[in-house]
Design a protein around this ligand. Sequence first.
Ligand code: HEC
Length: 188
Amino acid sequence: MSIEKSLNKFDDYYHNFLLGIASVLLITPISSLAKPISSPATPETVPSKTADKAKKTLQNAVIVRKLDSEKVQRGKIVYQTNCANCHGQNGESKPGWRKKGPDGKYPPPPLNGDAHTWHHSTDTLTKTIREGSPPEIGNMPGWGNKLTDEEIDDVIVWITSIWPTEIYGIWYKEIERKSQEKKEHKLD
Ligand code: HEC
């Protein structure tokens, strides 16, 4: 190989080597620049979703309960007289209420917002209280022949009065109002 040829070859090699370095240098700042722009995309959307949710929850929570205080007082008495021995003094039930008892039936759940009582509209709760549990589910007696419609309504208002503000807000917006709207549509 002549010196000239090998110098050319060295040149080529060197040229490629320089190109290589140049591209690494070029790419590196781009990719390292690109990182802070593109990679936080995921974490950024997550907190903003959480923030949206938190905002929504707060909006739900600011619903002011315009409960009739006389109804609440009457409902409390109905509750303490008829319901507290099974559901707890303040609707808190007893530990272990999630598990079926030895008879295969569910124990009385809390009514204070811990369980899913707030997943039901006033209409559904009225029906449950009037008719009691389906025998295969639980041992809740029906109250339809022991309590008046007004007493049942009062006790439901008392129950909703003990729910945490946030739960009440979600119940009112997502369950109660929708159930009332459905009823109004049916009446139209
Ligand atoms: C003898 C015990 C007993 C008494 C007294 C009793 N309950 Fe219950 N209650 C139960 C049991 C057991 C259940 C669970 C089975 C079921 O969901 O049907 C239940 C369920 C309920 C539910 C449905 C809860 C849910 O999350 O869906 C409501 C509402 C309720 N009771 C309200 C009342 C009210 C109001 C009174 C008083 C007027 C009352 N209960 C008295 C035993 C009782």
